[in-house]
Design a protein around this ligand. Structure first.
Ligand code: HEM
Length: 235
C-alpha cells in the first residue's frame, strides 16, 4: 500500500535564517554595525561642543532641518530614530536568543572554568549591553527629554549638556559608561568581523588591533566631553 507523506511547506528564507544560530549572529552583526555607525557620527557631532555654544546649538538645529526643502522639519531625524530603535530592539532580541541557545547547549555549569582564547571584553559583553542600555535610557531623560536634567532649556543643547556634567557624579557615571561602551565596541567589532567572515589570516591579527584602536579613540573622544566640563574648559 502506498503511503501518502505530506511534506512540510517550505518556510520562507528570512524566518528560517533568523531561527538559526548563524542567522541570529548575522542579525546581531548587521544591527551592531548600524549602531556603531551612529556612535561614530554622534561622537563627531558632539565634539562640536569644543567650538562653543553657537556652533554646537546650530549643529543640533541642523539635525532637525537636514534634508530641507525635500523633507519637513524633523522628518529625516525621525527616520533615523526609527532605524536606530529597530536596530536596538533586534540587537537585544538576537543577543537574548544567542545567550539562551548557549545556555541550552551547556545546561550544567563547568566545575572549573579556565577561559581559553578569551578577553575581559568578551566575558563582559552581556553585562556591558545591559549597562549601555540603562545608560541610554538615563541619557535620553537627561539631554533629550530633560526630566533628569537640573535646568533643561528646550533648544539650548549646549546649556543642557554643561548643566548636566557640572555635577561630578553624573560626569563620572558618563565616563564609566563610555569605558563599558569601548569594551563592548572592541569585542563587538571583532565578533562582527568573525560572523561576516572577514577574519581570515593573514589580516586577522591586524583586525584585532584595529578594533582595539577604534574602540579606544571612541572612548577617549566621548570621555573628553564630561572631563572638559569638569575642568572648566567647556562652560
Ligand atoms: C559623553 C558622551 C555623550 C554626549 C556628550 C552626548 C550628547 C548628546 C546630546 C547633547 C544629545 C541631545 C541632542 C539633541 O537634542 O539635539 C544626545 C542625544 C542622544 N544620544 Fe548622546 N551623547 C553621548 C553619548 C551617547 C552614547 C554613547 C549613545 C549611544 C550608545 C548616545 C545616544 C544618544 C541618543 C539615542 C540620543 C537621542 C537622539 C535623538 O533622538 O534626537 N549618546 N546625546
Amino acid at each position: 500500500m502506498t503511503q501518502l507523506v505530506v511534506a512540510p511547506a517550505p518556510s520562507p528564507v528570512t524566518p528560517r535564517l533568523t531561527r538559526s544560530l548563524i542567522g541570529k549572529k548575522l542579525l546581531m552583526a548587521v544591527t551592531g554595525v548600524i549602531l556603531f555607525l551612529f556612535v561614530v557620527l554622534h561622537l563627531l557631532g558632539n565634539l562640536k561642543v569644543f567650538e562653543g555654544p553657537a556652533p554646537f546649538n546650530a549643529y543640533a538645529e541642523g539635525l532637525r532641518t537636514v534634508g530641507a526643502p525635500f523633507f519637513a522639519r524633523g522628518q529625516l531625524l525621525w527616520i533615523a530614530r526609527i532605524v536606530l530603535l529597530g536596530s536596538v530592539l533586534l540587537h537585544i532580541w538576537a543577543a537574548v536568543a544567542v545567550t539562551q541557545a548557549s545556555w541550552r547547549a551547556r545546561p550544567v555549569g563547568y566545575r572549573r572554568l579556565e577561559p581559553v582564547e578569551t578577553t575581559f571584553a568578551a566575558r563582559t559583553m552581556r553585562w556591558g549591553g545591559v549597562i549601555i542600555f540603562a545608560y541610554v535610557v538615563y541619557h535620553l531623560l537627561d539631554l533629550t527629554f530633560g526630566r533628569a536634567n537640573p535646568s533643561f532649556v528646550p533648544g539650548d543643547v549646549y546649556h543642557n549638556l554643561v548643566a548636566s556634567f557640572a555635577r561630578w557624579p553624573v560626569a563620572a557615571a558618563y565616563m564609566a559608561a563610555m569605558v563599558v561602551l569601548g569594551l563592548h565596541i572592541y569585542h563587538g567589532l571583532w565578533s562582527a568581523f568573525q560572523t561576516l567572515g572577514v577574519n581570515r589570516p593573514p589580516t586577522a591579527g591586524w583586525r584585532r588591533g584595529g578594533a582595539a584602536l577604534i574602540a579606544l579613540l571612541i572612548t577617549a573622544g566621548y570621555v573628553s566631553i564630561p572631563a572638559a566640563v569638569l575642568v572648566g574648559m567647556v562652560r
